[in-house]
Write a protein that binds this ligand. Structure first.
Ligand code: RTP
Ligand code: MG
Length: 158
C-alpha cells in the first residue's frame, strides 16, 4: 500500500481562456479522467488583471508579460487541483512544451498540441514544482492545508 501512495501529490492546472472559449472543456475533463487524475477542486471564472499578474509574477520583467496578463484575464479559465502520483511532472508532460508548435513536433497527443493556438494562447498551465503548486492553489482556489500529504487528506475526507 505504501508504494501506491508514494509521491501522490497535488498540482495546479489551468485550462486557459482560449481553450475554454473554443468549447473544449468537456473533452479536456474527459482526457484528464482518462489519464488517471482525480479532480479535487474545480473553479471556473475570469481572472482579474491583478490576479493574473500575481500568478505570473516570476515573469514580470519578461517582454511577453503584459500580453500574458491581458490574455489570462480576457475570459473564463477553469482552475483545477489535480491529484495523481507525481502529478506535478506528469501534468507538465501531458500538456507538453510551452509553444504548441513545438508540442506538435514532440507529442501530437499532448494537450497543448491538441488545443493550443500559439506560444501565448497555449491552452494550459501546469505548476513547475510542488512548492509552486501549493502557492498557486492557495492563490486561485484558496485551498488550505495543501502541505498535508495527500494520503492524510484523503483519509480525513472519507
Ligand atoms: P505555464 O507557466 O503557463 O504553465 O507555462 P510554462 O511554464 O510552459 O511557460 P512559462 O515560461 O512559465 O511562461 C508562462 C506563460 O507565458 C506565456 N508565454 N508567452 N510570447 C512568448 O514568448 C511567451 N512565452 C511564454 C505562455 O502562456 C506561457 O504558458
Ligand atoms: Mg511556468
Amino acid at each position: 500500500l505504501g508504494d501506491v501512495w508514494l509521491n501522490f501529490q497535488s498540482t495546479c492546472a489551468i485550462i486557459k481562456p482560449n481553450a475554454v472559449a473554443k468549447g473544449n472543456v468537456g473533452a479536456i475533463l474527459q482526457r484528464i479522467d482518462d489519464e488517471g487524475y482525480q479532480i479535487i477542486l474545480k473553479k471556473q471564472g475570469t481572472l482579474s488583471q491583478e490576479m493574473a499578474a500575481k500568478f505570473y509574477e516570476e515573469h514580470e520583467t519578461q517582454p511577453f508579460f503584459q500580453d500574458l496578463v491581458d490574455f489570462m484575464s480576457s475570459g473564463p479559465s477553469v482552475v483545477l487541483e489535480l491529484q495523481k502520483k507525481n502529478s506535478v511532472s506528469e501534468w507538465r508532460k501531458l500538456i507538453g512544451p510551452t509553444d504548441p508548435a513545438e508540442a506538435r513536433k514532440v507529442e501530437i497527443n499532448s494537450l497543448r498540441a491538441l488545443f493550443g493556438d500559439d506560444v501565448t494562447k497555449n491552452g494550459f498551465h501546469g505548476s513547475a514544482t510542488a512548492e509552486d503548486a501549493a502557492r498557486e492553489l492557495g492563490l486561485l482556489l484558496g485551498s488550505a492545508g495543501r502541505k498535508l500529504k495527500s494520503v492524510d487528506r484523503r483519509y480525513h475526507n472519507l
